[in-house]
Design a protein around this ligand. Structure first.
Ligand code: 0WK
Ligand code: 0WK
Ligand code: BGC
Ligand code: BGC
Length: 961
């Protein structure tokens, strides 16, 4: 209660008068919303400077990467030691995290003093002291013999190195030796131990522990207290993605998008950034708002420019006289306007100035009032609270403590000064926090941001008015954000244990994921082996003796030469077997300016037709031809037709193709073993609408080779990597034992999709390949195709994702019904996901489309990695197969060096951003004596089929057969 003598004089008017007087005197410390919004925008600019590679070195707000990539997901478990240094108390903790579903954390901790002489002595003394405290703690708990992982909350600006990778490397046999580094940038908050700045605090601590030699630990994580606080709160609230400290010092961290962290490689997922916003303004951007009091604080009353140091000794904050000051190399201008270390001093300096200007205490100062640090920040908590009278009484008590004899006016004025200083601190903190909130909202492109801020620190915790004003101003500056403040109940030590536990979990999960993905990664030796086995199968396929047994059928196509430009005429062409069915009119002009005009129409082949009867399929094809002829106004014309039929066919002549088996989802009955030309003729007859004279049936690889050969005579290989995969090439007649004659060459349709059907690839097949094969409509068939082509890659990825999810390595182990649906993960997703820098958002939307709405950024990163591993293997296998082909051609022609062109088509090859380059790299590596040019077929194989028909017509007209 205010002394009765003062109470007697107290009345509201007097109060308002005094308050008004102080408001006027301190108007520069009262910031309008506009000014605060401006501060927020300035800070956002400083954040960008810190994030940007070019401006980071000179940025005041350092935006330090922490390598903490994810917040707790409730699967963390284990026993962890934690050290919590840098706040008002140094704590050693033992944290037990139980993950048995109900997410429980037990903690034991001990507070130890950090004597002043150690805060400002030599670094080795300081770390020896920390090691002693740790030993004492372990002794007390009788766990000195245990080698526990330790998380170190070191609440000073540190430059950190990678977290998980090194963990991964060291994650052998369930034990970790040591990993990341944390180099101290500069001391703050009264610490100044020598020989530490610029050093890795992990090594300093390990050295001190080694010096003792009576216990050992695994120092796994060094984190900032803001990060520890975010993690501590994130354990209970998964929305927590910001950590805020307003205590001795002040600072904030938040989860930033990797793509914005230019100082680091990689743009996937998020990482926690320690803003070190205490240094905001050190480059002068707050000069217009800083007052003389702020400059006085900074300059210190005794020696200007020096950072004021109040030493925290042992439990609670007691501020020794100011004469022990040392220069920090960062001025921390923003911290000095906000944090607990300086708030009390700010009030003192204002009271001193007002007294000297006879506005307080009849102008009489006291030695205590003139003593730096004599007005404790905790005084403000007592004076500035929502019960004014109680606050006034506290003001009186504090002022009498400073040997002053305050009047009620003096008490009111002092209370008002405290309110103004603390309000400015809370509002400035709100302004910078709003900048962080806006950054996260924009990162998420979220209309309405819903987020939680984990908070700790003595000012926030002990000064209710501060936190109330902070909340209120944040909500006023960003009314469109749903922001929750979650006060950390158990300090950042728990958070440090969480980071260690997360690091442990990440490492274990990453190791398990990589172990599984390694089964899909092929070594050079393995790829050379694939090439060798493909070569062997090619020879066996060409040989009359072994042709029947071989998996790679090496089917003669009766195409003896590539176009020579003399072809001419109008031809119809059908292109069946790819992702779309086309009917084309191809007009070929011969001679120098030889050129080809094409008109085509795409038709779909419904699933029920693909898997219905052969009659229905060919009737549908004939219906499309009739529709095309109508569409082209050519009803009744009869043109030579080239039929690209992209399935394995045994041919004994150009205009006959006995279907050996269906592939790629086709299963029409009554076709296998039949001549597809006969089946088509029968359908034309059934329709009695038009007539066609058939000339050639070709495989799409052959059509593609011819199409590209028309432009580049060196094109002697055709490659398809689309729904299915296959290759053809010009083989020496003498090697094609199934066809009479040894002169010249003939194109051989390899049907390499079936490579592996005799077990040639079993030792490369993974559990996922077996699942895809077993679930296909032709199990045991087309094994190579099922590891390479577009029809299957999505399914391989889906099965890997299901396996990861089942093992809890993805989507938090929650499988969505949609992901269980066969074919739901289309291969086009692989191309999209690996396409451009915005991959993550794309992954996100694809995962949402797949009903995986709660997927995290990390999930997206992993999905992308699975896609790239599966696509990479497919491209490498394709490259190994092609290496066998071009090297065979080179050996056929006894060449040391072969330069050849491959005509290629297929959606996967054409649309996947990396498939072609990886395939070409592999080919170059496995067939170095072949210089291979790839020519993408722009016109499809229909043109090739027409050219083959044209060649056949020319040869027929010249009487050749
Ligand atoms: C408690 C946290 C600690 C942090 C401190 C900050 O456990 O890591 O440094 O809060 O508040 P202060 O003690 O400086 O007021
Ligand atoms: C376009 C060709 C066609 C071939 C297809 C393969 O014109 O003959 O079957 O490429 O690629 P997909 O459409 O299966 O991706
Ligand atoms: C330090 C920060 C720390 C903050 C709160 C500042 O002085 O630079 O690293 O997070 O105090 O403790
Ligand atoms: C077929 C081949 C075809 C390839 C590409 C495979 O499934 O068996 O004949 O060339 O797909 O379309």
């Amino acid at each position: 209660m205010l002394a009765s003598s003062l109470l007697a004089n107290y009345c509201t008017e007097l109060h308002d008068d005094q308050a008004h007087k102080v408001d006027k005197y301190l108007h520069r410390l009262q910031l309008s919303d506009e000014t605060l919004m401006d501060v927020s925008i300035r800070f956002r600019r400083e954040m960008d400077k810190g994030l940007c590679r070019d401006t980071n070195p000179t940025a005041a707000v350092k935006m330090l990467p922490t390598y903490v990539r994810s917040t707790p997901d409730g699967t963390e478990q284990g026993e962890f030691l934690a050290l919590d240094l840098g706040g008002s108390n140094f704590r050693v903790l033992l944290v037990k995290v139980m993950a048995d579903g109900e997410q429980k954390v037990e903690m034991e901790n001990q507070i130890y003093a950090i004597p002043e002489h150690l805060m400002r002595g030599s670094g080795s003394e300081l770390f020896d002291h920390i090691a002693d405290c740790l030993a004492n703690f372990l002794e007390k708990l009788g766990i000195k013999d245990k080698k526990l992982p330790l998380g170190f909350t070191f609440s000073f600006p540190c430059q950190q190195t990678k977290l998980d990778e090194s963990l991964l490397v060291l994650w052998s046999g369930g034990r970790i030796i040591q990993y990341s580094q944390s180099v101290l940038v500069s001391w703050t908050k009264g610490f100044k131990a020598s020989g530490v700045e610029g050093k890795d605090v992990v090594s300093l601590l390990k050295k001190s522990i080694k010096k003792r030699g009576d216990f050992d630990i695994d120092i796994l994580a060094v984190i900032n207290d803001t990060v520890g606080t975010m993690m501590t709160c994130g354990y209970d609230d998964h929305h927590c993605e910001i950590g805020l400290i307003v205590g001795t010092g002040t600072n904030a961290c938040y989860m930033e998008q990797m793509r914005n962290l230019e100082v680091l490689d990689g743009d996937e997922g998020r990482m926690c950034v320690n803003t070190e916003w205490g240094a905001f303004g050190d480059d002068g951007v707050l000069e217009d708002l800083r007052t003389d009091f702020d400059r006085e604080i900074d300059a210190g009353s005794l020696n200007p420019g020096k950072q004021l140091i109040f030493l925290a000794v042992g439990v609670g904050l007691s501020e020794p006289p100011l004469q022990n000051q040392h220069r920090g190399n960062t001025e921390l201008k923003f911290e000095k306007m906000i944090s607990g270390m300086y708030m009390g001093e700010l009030v003192r300096l204002i009271l001193v100035r007002m007294t000297k200007e006879r506005l307080l205490f009849q102008g009489k100062t006291t030695a205590e009032l003139l003593t730096t640090g004599s007005f404790n920040t905790s005084y403000i908590y007592a004076i500035d609270n929502d019960r004014d009278e109680e606050g006034l009484a506290s003001a009186e008590k504090v002022l009498r403590g400073l040997s002053l004899d305050p009047s009620v006016e003096d008490c009111i004025a002092t209370q008002r000064v405290c309110q103004i200083v603390s309000t400015r601190a809370a509002h400035l903190c709100a302004a910078t926090l709003v900048a962080v909130l806006r950054q996260i909202r924009d990162n998420k492109a979220a209309e309405k941001l819903r987020t939680t801020i984990g908070v700790d620190g003595s000012v926030y915790k002990n000064h209710q008015e501060f936190s109330r004003r902070l909340h209120k101003m944040v909500r006023r500056l960003v009314p469109d954000c749903d922001v929750r403040f979650l006060q950390s109940q158990c300090g950042s030590g728990k958070g440090a244990a969480m980071v260690t536990a997360v690091a442990y979990r990440l490492a274990a999960q990453q190791a398990e994921r990589q172990r599984i993905l390694d089964t899909l990664r092929l070594s050079r030796e393995q790829l050379l082996d694939v090439k060798k086995r493909m070569s062997e199968e090619m020879v066996r396929g060409l040989s009359k003796q072994t042709h029947e047994q071989t998996s790679v059928k090496m089917l003669p196509t009766y195409v003896r030469s590539t176009p020579d430009g003399t072809e001419h005429g109008d031809f119809l062409a059908l292109d069946l077997g790819g992702s779309s069915f086309r009917v084309l009119l191809v007009q070929v002009q011969s001679g120098k300016r030889h050129k080809v005009d094409m008109h085509h129409k795409i038709y779909s082949i419904p699933q029920e037709i693909m898997q219905g009867t052969g009659e229905e399929l060919f009737d549908h094809i004939v219906y499309c031809i009739a529709d095309f002829l109508e569409y082209m106004g050519m009803k009744g014309t009869s043109l030579p037709l080239g039929f690209t039929f992209s399935f394995p066919c045994h041919q004994s002549k150009l205009d006959q193709g006995i279907l050996l088996r269906w592939t790629k989802g086709f299963k029409a009955s009554g076709c296998v073993g039949q001549d597809v030309i006969t089946l088509l003729k029968a359908a034309v007859r059934r329709r009695q609408d038009f007539d066609l004279n058939f000339v050639a049936v070709v495989n799409d690889t052959v059509g593609t080779m011819m199409t590209c050969g028309y432009e580049d005579p060196k094109c002697e290989v055709g490659l398809i990597v689309g729904t299915g995969t296959n290759a053809c090439y010009m083989e020496e007649m003498q090697n094609i034992e199934l066809v009479e004659g040894d002169v010249g060459r003939m194109c051989v349709n390899m049907e390499w999709g079936a490579f592996g059907d005799n077990g040639e690839l079993d030792d490369f097949c993974t559990q996922f390949d077996h699942i895809v094969d077993n679930c296909s409509n032709n199990p045991g068939k087309q094994r190579y195709e099922k590891m390479v082509s577009g029809m299957y890659l999505g399914e391989i990825v889906r099965n890997v994702l299901m396996d990861f999810t089942a093992k809890g390595l993805l989507f938090r182990g929650k499988l969505s019904e949609r992901l269980k649906t066969r074919g739901i993960f289309e291969t086009k997703f692989l191309s999209q996901i690996e396409r451009d820098r915005l991959a993550m958002r794309q992954v996100r939307s694809i995962l949402q489309h797949l009903g995986l709405t709660s997927s995290t950024c990390d999930d997206s990163v992993l999905v992308k990695e699975v896609c790239s591993v599966v696509a990479r293997r497919a491209a490498q296998l394709c490259g190994a197969g092609l290496a066998a082909v071009v090297d065979k051609i080179r050996q056929n022609r006894n060449l040391n060096q072969l330069s050849i062109t491959v005509g290629v088509d297929g959606t996967l090859y054409k649309t996947h951003p990396h498939f072609s380059s990886i395939m070409q790299e592999t080919l170059q590596d496995l067939a170095p004596q072949c210089r291979v040019t790839f020519q993408k077929s722009e016109d499809g194989s229909g043109k090739g089929a027409a050219l083959i028909t044209a060649v056949a017509c020319r040869m027929k007209s010249e009487g050749q057969h």
